[in-house]
Ligand binder design. Sequence first.
Ligand SMILES: Nc1nc2c(c(=O)[nH]1)N[C@H]1C(S)=C(S)[C@@H](COP(=O)(O)O)O[C@H]1N2
Ligand SMILES: [Mo]
Length: 508
Amino acid sequence: MSDFWRPAGAGVASVVAGVGAAELVSAFVVQNGSPVLTVGALLIDLAPPWLKEAVIGLFGTGDKAFLIVSLAVVVLIGAAVAGWLERLRPPLGRILIGLGGALGVLAALTRSGNSIVDAVPSALAAVIAILLLGWLIRMLRETEPTRVAPRGQVSRRRFVTSTAATAGAGALALVIGQVVAGGFRAASAARAAIRLPKPATTAPPVPAGASFDIPGLSPIVTPNADFYRIDTALQIPGIEPHDWKLRITGMVENELELTFAELLALPLEESITTLTCVSNEVGGDLIGNATWLGYPIRHLLARAKPSSNADMVFSTSQDGWTASTPIEALTDDRNAILAVGMNGQPLPIEHGYPVRMVVPGLYGYVSATKWVVSLEVTRFDQHTAYWTDRGWSEHGPIKLSSRIDVPADGRQVKAGTVAVAGVAWSQHTGVSAVHVRVDDGPWQEATLADAISVDTWRQWRFAWEATTGSHTLRVRATDADGKVQTSTVRDVVPDGATGLHTIHVPVV
Ligand SMILES: Nc1nc2c(c(=O)[nH]1)N[C@H]1C(S)=C(S)[C@@H](COP(=O)(O)O)O[C@H]1N2
Ligand SMILES: [Mo]
């Protein structure tokens, strides 16, 4: 009997631990690669219609649960067999587990919309299970009597404890992974079901002259999938809209509470605003421009009636992250909004679904709170926000800056006329000119594309008569107030990098 059960137990424990680790990783990191669910989805796709109908007929809406339970039973039987095989004839058991892992990888890779990262959890599950099985079966061997050690070198008890601990840790990881991923999946489902209302005020159309057709130049509006993402959330908060509420409290005459349905019922406005991260290095890509749909925060604050002593609004996200925004940026006439839509879709979950702040002119860390749930009207001398506590400046107005997109740094080009192009920004002030300098030559004026508004970046281009040799190109923007971008090089800490984006171009 125990000739089967002990190695079988080792097989089950190893596989549970492998799958548990993978579920944990997929819940926290990959978000999409749960081996259990991908294999389940593959089986649903592969099952013949008569089987699907039979299962639905028998279990009704419990069909998915039935599928998962059946899958679990098959996997556990397979794991037991793998353990038994490994004891009998190594490495057969490990090979069997490897085959199971390969099935998971295949399932992940063949799902539409999945990428190679989504196969990582299944591969990880197999690797962990294989290593653990090898270890447990070796230990099991050592519990058996030999001529030299009639009682075995390792006690049975140690083997049993190790197996139980492995299984227990795996089960715990599995449960945590499911709980965490469950919140995210519920939010994804709710997001997919949302229909955003039409804007009461649409953004003025993007002028045709706002973008140049130059390959490699950043598109004037950044698609959601390409929009940079910066946050401290290891696990993206999964908020269901009917659970969402915004509280406006603190130094106000009227505290306010707003539900998601109430927010959507307000006259929403569309606006195009370029977000920028304070951690964006000179020439970096932590910047993106989107069409946002939202409601002006100034109207909500007007209802709440802030005290005249207040100088700051302290916003908190559902996961506890905080930002301190100067109150005038939220009460003056700029488009500081509670955003619910991004480029015509509900906010993507990683960009703050269901509601985030977007404030033109301020770096994200002092203004762009995603998954926002509370606005406390207060004073800078009363509260300090997440990044302020970590050495970043209390105030974070976006600095005038510019970037060369094409040609790429170091990329060889042919002598002759070369299109040099990029973007320049100074949100809430606007850009009035861009200049390019070749080597130690004079600053030459680039052609600006039409501006969408002062709150958005602006494309520029410059026709460079390139001669053979190695050249250096620099870019410099001037804002609408006539201020010229500084060449002084400063690090991103504490309030944003400065300096001129410079690239080297070999010309042949
Ligand atoms: N809840 C929450 N909101 C946040 C952050 C965060 O860490 N947590 N990071 C901020 C920073 S530093 C930036 S630059 C912007 C980035 O927004 P995005 O990821 O949608 O581009 O979000 C801001 N909002
Ligand atoms: Mo940021």
